[in-house]
Design a protein around this ligand. Structure first.
Ligand code: ACO
Length: 431
């Protein structure tokens, strides 16, 4: 019996199957269970994929117990401090840091694709004035597939690369249009002389009536937030992109399905939920009452921005962002913001409370990102759009990896059927 295998024996039939162990660079090895059904006639059961690797991937590594996050091997702390969002996008897509020439060419490429077709812009007119921006983003990203369907050949590497450049370039333009629709102001065209985050700020906040100065603190903080959100291995939205992509669908449609999955409050919608929760708590004096609610099993209330499926230690992104949050609030003269005070108090109490300690519930990245967005003047409803924008290079890199992986097949999970046993139809007049 090989040391690199695990033997599973069915006690009922006495049949055994030897399953290969596959080892990666970091992290737990995986048991390849592909032959279990064929050899033993069993499916495996793992709701929420808590123990199942759905793919192999070279892109991102997380050690949730140690609080480690690496993009292509580089620690997130180093990237957040020294890199830029476009450089990180290049890294995620191509696997290595670019040379200055490569980064220049990549930046030019992205910059040249920031415009959207004028008729795509018209889509926004169809939305009600108070449409949720994630609904607009999801729909408009999906509609990109109507503009680039016949021209995309997902089997051609150049065509895939062009798609990736287009989506990274156009996301801020679409996000800017959704924002302007939300606030009832005219659409602002992209300015290719500006950096990626500065262009985004300009599309969000500039108005035809006055000159808009980019605040360098806001530009830097936004770039860092985008870096921190750029990829997170096989999370719910990325897995959704992969599952949709596994059918060979148009990549813009696959990314739109990722946007839809991200929207939920258990995932990307959490930053919005954090701010709503802080508004609901209202005052530091109410914190103990809300901590008690979060601990009460009969109460559905959860502390938003706390806990993570993978991190059972401090989320490394939360450590970085906590510091940035204080810097931004200081620079914008908002250090005494009552909501920040409330957030800090909530964090202090939760980190000492046995309930949270025992369950390893630490603040996650969304606990602080919402506070920064708020300080930058971004409405709560819009937070998840910025998360989606940051996650786009991760989604598209994972989609590219999926398409290039010869082990991947259409994603088609099995189930444990617990419904009615086979029965005969009874005509209506006999029921
Ligand atoms: N507040 C109170 N209790 C919590 C919280 C919370 N935020 N999160 C988990 N718990 C408790 C659960 O009730 C459960 O307790 P039990 O063992 O006594 O039943 C235990 O901790 C484990 O929780 P699960 O839901 O099983 O953990 P899971 O890994 O499935 O969920 C999740 C992770 C969804 C992130 C959860 O912690 C949560 O809902 N957090 C709040 C929402 C949030 O901040 N989401 C952002 C995630 S990060 C991101 O997407 C960028």
């Amino acid at each position: 019996m090989s040391k690199d295998t695990v033997t599973v024996t069915d006690n009922a039939s006495g049949k055994s199957v030897e399953l290969p162990i596959r080892t990666g660079t970091h992290g737990p090895a995986t048991i390849d269970i592909q032959s279990v059904y064929k050899e033993l006639g069993y499916f495996t059961y793992d709701p929420g994929f808590t123990s199942t690797a759905s793919c192999r991937s070279d892109i991102t590594f997380i050690d949730g117990d140690q609080g480690i996050l690496l993009y292509r091997g580089y620690p997130i702390e180093q990237l957040a401090e020294k890199s830029s969002f476009l450089e990180v996008s290049y890294l995620l897509m191509y696997g290595d840091l670019p040379t200055p020439k490569e980064l220049d060419a990549f930046t030019t490429n992205i910059t040249n694709h920031t415009m959207v077709n004028e008729s795509l812009k018209d889509f926004f007119d169809g939305f009600h004035y108070n449409a949720h921006p994630m609904a607009m983003l999801t729909a408009v990203v999906s509609s990109l597939s109507a503009f680039y369907h016949d021209s995309i050949d997902i089997n051609d590497p150049d065509s895939r690369e062009l798609c990736a450049h287009r989506i990274i370039a156009k996301m801020p333009t679409i996000a800017g249009a959704a924002f302007k629709h939300l606030v009832g102001e005219p659409f602002v065209y992209p300015q290719n002389r500006l950096s990626y985050p500065a262009n985004l700020l300009n599309m969000l906040f500039s108005r035809p009536s006055e000159k808009y100065e980019i605040n360098p603190v806001a530009e830097k903080a936004l770039d860092q937030l985008l870096i921190l959100h750029a990829d997170h291995e096989q999370n719910a939205s990325t897995s959704t992109v992969r599952l949709a992509g596994s059918t060979g669908t148009n990549p813009f449609a696959a990314i739109a399905s990722g946007c839809a999955a991200l929207w939920g409050p258990a995932h990307g919608g959490a930053n919005e939920a954090v701010l709503r929760m802080l508004e609901e708590i209202g005052d530091v004096s109410n914190v103990p009452q809300y901590i008690a609610k979060a601990k009460d099993k009969d109460d559905p209330f959860r502390l938003m921005g706390f806990g993570h499926r993978v991190y059972k230690n401090y989320d490394p992104r939360a450590t970085i962002i906590r510091e940035t949050c204080h810097e931004v609030l200081d620079a914008l003269n908002m250090a005494n913001d009552p909501q920040l005070e409330l957030a800090v108090r909530l964090e202090e109490i939760a980190l000492q409370d046995d309930y949270f300690v025992e369950r390893k519930l630490y603040p996650n990245v969304d606990f602080y990102s919402g506070l920064i967005y708020k300080a930058l003047g971004i409405p709560t409803q819009f937070f998840t759009v910025l998360f989606a924008l940051g996650r786009t290079p991760g989604w598209i890199s994972q989609w590219m990896e999926l398409v290039e992986d010869n082990e991947q097949r259409i994603g088609r999970p099995r189930q444990l059927y617990t419904g009615a046993a086979k029965r005969d139809y009874i005509p209506l007049d006999q029921r």
